[in-house]
Write a protein that binds this ligand. Structure first.
Ligand SMILES: O=C(O)CCC(=O)C(=O)O
Ligand SMILES: [Fe+2]
Length: 304
């Protein structure tokens, strides 16, 4: 490990290198090479938040990040699926400028954007105290040819309690499948369509993406499914076979031990990698306001 401006530890104080070296349950892996990963995070204070998923990064003002730190964050989010940067209070202009450092800024076709910032999507919701519910787990905007690599949210107004966001690690989902199932999925493509946008007429035709995708930064394979409304067909299979398979994979992708649950504080900046994770919002915050500004970065055409 290079000089130790770096701290990467799990919450119980064990270092990541110790944790990863012990051979985790089943066949899952934490990272390709912890020492190498740690080396990429020099200068960042990153703390793993659960067994496999989610890191918190302290001591860094994101708007002042160096190019090396941006690359370290790209790698960190790629390995642990989601990174939380507390106390950032990033406004819309800085937010767009920050995400532009990771790639081309994009947005979900058909959603309503901020009136003064056309690259910022305002995620605003009040829960209904009589009907708490959750959004389904999904990967963002998978119904386009180049789905977003990263989605980021800056917390503008958060509830006192509730309104958390959950993340599920899709490397773990893939790695914990049997070799037989991995074999079945080899070369299989799933059809993705739009659902739940404000203006469906603004969205493109359905697209086919591999059921398993290789992450371009980490080289790890991740399951790439989403909820049944958006993932509607398996290539070459009968509708019944496809539906059963997709339903199975989706349920499998939501193991609790592969999840991180984020409780929002004002000023939080959260960034996740849609190529290796699913996420879901929980609308249990009654009628308290909850406002998050969202900016995304375009990814590549998914490949197996
Ligand atoms: O409201 C949230 O916590 C997340 C909403 C969401 O799915 C998104 O921003 O992509
Ligand atoms: Fe989303």
């Amino acid at each position: 490990m290079p000089d130790c401006a770096l701290t990467l530890c799990v919450d119980n104080g064990a270092t990541l290198a110790q944790t990863a070296g012990t051979g985790l349950s089943g066949d899952v892996t934490v990272s390709a090479d912890p020492a190498e990963v740690a080396g990429a995070f020099e200068g960042l204070q990153a703390t793993l938040q659960t067994g496999y998923t989610g890191v918190r990064v302290d001591g860094l003002r994101l708007v002042d990040a160096t190019d090396d730190q941006i690359e370290a964050i790209r790698r960190l989010v790629g390995e642990y699926c989601v990174a939380v940067f507390p106390g950032q209070y990033i406004g819309p202009e800085d937010h767009v400028a920050l995400i532009a450092r990771f790639g081309k800024v994009t947005h979900t076709p058909g959603v309503n954007m901020h009136p003064d910032h056309d690259e910022v999507h305002v995620v605003a919701n009040r829960g209904d105290p009589a009907k708490p519910n959750s959004g389904g787990f999904h990967t963002d905007t998978c119904f386009v040819a180049k789905p977003p690599s990263f989605t980021s949210l800056s917390a503008i107004e958060v509830p006192d309690h509730g309104g958390d966001t959950l993340f599920a690690n899709q490397y773990i989902a893939y790695e914990s499948l049997s070799e037989v199932m991995k074999g079945w999925l080899r070369g299989l493509r799933l059809k993705h369509v739009v659902s739940g946008t404000d203006r469906p007429e603004a969205v493109p035709d359905p697209v086919w993406h591999p059921a398993v995708r290789t992450h371009p930064v980490t080289g790890r394979k991740a399951l790439y499914v989403t909820y049944a409304d958006r993932c509607i067909e398996a290539e070459g299979m009968t509708p019944a076979e496809g539906e059963s398979l997709i339903t199975y994979l989706y349920e499998h992708s939501l193991a609790q031990h592969a999840m991180y649950r984020h409780r929002w504080s004002e000023g939080d900046f959260v960034m996740w990698d849609n190529r290796c994770s699913l996420h879901a919002a929980v609308y249990d915050h009654g009628d308290q306001p909850r406002t998050l500004y969202r900016v995304m970065c375009e990814g590549e055409v998914p490949f197996e």
